[in-house]
Design a protein around this ligand. Sequence first.
Ligand code: EPZ
Length: 434
Amino acid sequence: MDKIIINGGKKLRGTVRISGSKNSALPILFASLLTDETVIIKNVPSLADIDTTISFLNFIGKPAVKIGDTVKADKSGKYKHIAPYDLVRKMRASVLIMGPLLARLHKVSVSLPGGCAIGARPIDIHLDAFKKLGANIEVKEGFVHTSSKGLLGNTIKFRFPSVGATENTLLASVLAKGRTKILNAAKEPEIEDLANFLNAMGAKVSGAGTSTIVIDGVKKLHGATYKVIPDRIEAATYLIAAAITKGEIVLENANPNHIKAVIDKLKKSGMTIEIYGKTLTGEGAFVGANNYSPSTIKIKWTKPLKPQNIFTAVYPGYPTDVQAQWMALMSLTKGKSEIKETVFENRFMHAAELLRLGANVKVEGQSAFVTGVESLSGAPVMASDLRAGAALVLACLAAKGKSVISRVYHLDRGYESLEKKLKKLGANIKRQQT
Ligand code: EPZ
């Protein structure tokens, strides 16, 4: 298992290019199963989860390859309808195989994804939606067996705006007979990206990005070429890297509108942020930034930061995927702050590791109370999940001395060329292959 070694204390400076969004690319790749024609997806990051998804498509019967940042999912014939445990256990997003296969084959059997480091993460909202579309569900011997005589559009109200359930329902309903309405749908930018891709394939989806999505089923979808949006979580992570190392970074190919909540907090804490791009009009948009064309974000540390409380919430609230990174920053920000996690029930695994670096964090239920310390010092630490790993990298970049981060395979699932990008920004970081 590889390790990352960081000698902290370097102020990051320079330009970093933000990769395509992992959490957009995954559902879009699964959506390629909705057509037998060729699909070309651009701006796909090179990540372990993307490789797992490509293997998955190949296993099911959609021949797919990735060359550079482009995935070509070719003409396909017959699909398999069983997703075995070996493929599903590697990645929770594997449950997104259900929607497209239910739509195409009217049946699918998927091994249950099980729990993960950030909580139990059930799939009841996905399954309830499939039932509403006319599917029968049976859970037997660790598998969810889903079948139907053909899906029928319906109105589905989610008890919680789950990102994955919204995506799976979209994937299932685009080929259903009649109109489907999703109420209390997730509004994350990745949902809008998936809907845009589905529409490029000939689907009729409107309202994505709002809490009501309307899908008018079509008989068939065709091939398409599509470019994935920039990764907002990667962008936010680099912004916080600039803040925690008292540096100055320029982010290229980012979309500031997708991380407004993080940018607002960074500004309030005292970071200077400028955005360059095309002019945009529209609610909530930054002046000078374009909602759809990627922009450049410049961030600079000029003075000691002030602590800021955050509570995570569904989009457009503060993202849960940037909660751990904020905790790392607050650990080195003089004063007290509260970090409240409302999306997942167990997403504070990084707190104990931050303590090993000298942070002062107390977890009480859904909240973590942080008292900023003067400095952190390098230590061996362990990544427990993707974003917890990112928080540790940030903390180690700012800590005095040497840190060794283990279980970096978590980071490889979600940050393209992490060491290369950080090295280019001046960090003293290397990977040790063991
Ligand atoms: C997506 O996960 C992302 N993953 C996560 O990113 C992200 O943290 C999450 O959305 C929230 O923004 C991908 O896009 C691949 P949810 P997802 O369904 O779809 C509960 C990262 O670090 N819930 O919105 O699994 C669930 O337990 C990853 O990149 C149910 O109770 O998130 C959780 O508490 C981690 N029943 C909450 O809802 C369900 O049927 C949010 O889950 C579904 C979800």
